[in-house]
Design a protein around this ligand. Structure first.
Ligand code: C2E
Ligand code: MG
Ligand code: MG
Length: 487
């Protein structure tokens, strides 16, 4: 913020000097008065832009802090709400950034409407909003306001590119009870917000001292992930076997785990979301690739798949980095597979398909993960050359329930084969599901029926003894693949 403010100052000086040189010295008095007025106008515009968010016109973080500071100095009670949209990232990823901006503008209008008179509504950036309320707020008032904010967040947003649904999480901090200093009040609102998000029940939390102990502030988890990346064994890849119709293990999918020393195992989608938010997805993705390539060197007859997030694919250096690691690793042509989701293909299709083509040209296979769950799956399959589709586990799961999932699964397999693709079914848990899938012609299966994701030592045991340690307790005989390139 300091830098931004300095650059605004510089911009102001620069514009003023241009303005003055544009006014000839022998100008008439009237012209001088007009230029003075224009200067004033320009100055107020610049002041406005330094204290307001350009997208929504709301106050920005700087103005919010100034106002909070003056309220705290005045000693009067006030309430700070931090609001964050859940699922906003998906809107950006699937409908594009312009749609994301449209949603933020619409949400800011709704917030202004529900905020009490005299409250300051601000946007700090991204999907982070805040409200500052001057005056006391009892618990009933707090609940009423949070409920309203949640209601207006959940109303569908009708955007030019389609309908979007989000919800809100809210953290509240009360002042002066919670400490009189601006940064402390804001830190506490942030912790309450983090607790509201972590509770995953789309609601709100009011800060209390207990939260400090139970919820680690987000930035410290971020720092912990950075430290974990330096390598002290907290990060780990598990390997889940993928088998063919004869139960031969053809390959594995590498799945990330982060065992935090204090918080324990953190759900992988949260790790990925945190890494994407903070830009750490690039070093994290590079770590996953490096580990998986090393594993591939120890298991030269297996195909090794890793997951790649849309944020990685978007990065300008991604292709060069992957190719460099791949060429430097002891892995055979055709053995590395990158699993991308359909979301990744929602970006500029020409750019994405060019990137995928560069990888495929080097012998890296591409699989479309969670196939069938994204938007307009068929269009993407048609326009992007890939090697494999992985039928999402929700369809495999649905096979037990009725005909619709069965029809979809059959159609995906037929379509995939018609396009010359391999088809994998994920999340296979029962012999009945396996039977159906094989009858329908699926090429590869993955799921707890065969094995859970395993540490490498357990995987080694499975390969040695030909027995699964997963599959709900039922051991299963495997044929081990000892040579030749899998299709
Ligand atoms: P995914 O790529 O679709 O991985 C399959 C997920 O299904 C894994 O969850 C796996 O443990 C689980 N699974 C496998 N078989 C069964 C089954 O029979 N039944 C059920 N109910 N589940 C099964 P996991 O490991 O929690 O990973 C979740 C998601 O996180 C992955 O979905 C992937 O999208 C993402 N992910 C995991 N590791 C990485 C990574 O290194 N990088 C990136 N970008 N994403 C990752
Ligand atoms: Mg996957
Ligand atoms: Mg999947």
């Amino acid at each position: 913020m300091g830098d931004l403010w300095r650059s605004q100052d510089l911009l102001q000086v620069f514009l003023v000097s241009i303005f003055l040189t544009a006014v000839p010295a022998n100008n008439a008095l009237g012209e001088k008065a007009r230029s003075a007025r224009r200067l004033l106008h320009l100055k107020s515009l610049l002041e406005h832009s330094a204290t307001h968010d350009a997208l929504t016109g709301l106050a920005n973080r700087r103005l919010f802090k100034l106002r909070l500071n003056s309220l705290l100095i005045g000693g009067g009670p006030c309430t700070v709400l931090f609001i964050d949209l859940d699922r906003f990232k998906q809107v950006n990823d699937t409908l594009g950034h312009a749609a994301g901006d449209e949603l933020l503008r619409a949400f800011s209008d709704r917030l202004v409407e529900v905020a009490t008179d005299g409250a300051m509504v601000a946007r700090f950036g991204g999907d982070e909003f805040a409200i500052l309320i001057d005056g006391p707020m009892d618990p009933a008032d707090q609940e009423r306001l949070c409920r309203r904010i949640n209601e207006v967040a959940r109303l569908p947003f009708s955007l030019q590119r389609g309908l979007a649904h989000v919800s809100a999480s809210i953290g509240l901090a009360l002042a002066p009870e919670t400490g009189a200093d601006v940064s402390e009040v804001m830190r506490r609102a942030d912790i309450a917000l983090y607790a509201a998000k972590a509770a995953r029940q789309e609601g709100w939390r009011v800060y209390n001292d207990g939260l400090d102990q139970t919820v680690r502030d987000k930035s410290s988890i971020e720092a912990d992930l950075r430290a974990a990346l330096l390598g002290d064994g907290q990060l780990q890849l598990l390997y889940q076997p993928k088998v063919d119709a004869d139960n031969a293990i053809r390959g594995v999918e590498a799945l990330l785990r982060w065992r935090h020393p204090a918080l324990g195992l953190i759900p992988v989608h949260e790790v990925i979301a945190l890494a994407e938010e903070t830009g750490m997805i690039l070093p994290l993705g590079a770590w996953v690739l490096g580990e998986a390539l090393a594993f591939a060197g120890r298991w030269p007859h297996l195909n090794v798949a890793i997951n790649v997030s849309p944020a990685q694919l978007r990065d300008g250096n991604f292709i060069a980095d992957v190719l460099e690691a791949y060429h430097g690793a002891p892995i055979a042509y055709g053995r590395l597979e990158l699993e991308v989701t359909e979301t990744a293909l929602m970006d500029d299709i020409n750019v994405v398909s060019g990137k995928l083509a560069a990888l495929r040209g080097a012998g890296i296979r591409i699989a479309l993960d969670d196939f069938g769950t994204g938007y307009s799956s068929l269009r993407h399959l048609h326009r992007c050359a890939v090697d494999r589709v992985k039928i999402d586990q929700s369809f495999v799961n649905g096979l037990d329930g009725g005909n619709e999932a069965a029809a979809i699964v059959r159609a995906i397999i037929q379509l995939g084969h018609a396009m010359g693709l391999q088809v994998t079914a994920e999340g296979v848990e029962t012999p009945a599901q396996r039977r159906f899938l094989l009858e329908a012609g699926v090429d590869e299966l993955q799921g707890f029926l065969f094995s859970r994701p395993l540490e490498e030592a357990a995987f080694e045991g499975l390969m040695r003894d030909g027995r699964s340690v997963g599959g709900g307790g039922t051991s299963r005989k495997y044929t081990l693949l000892t040579g030749g390139l899998a299709p």
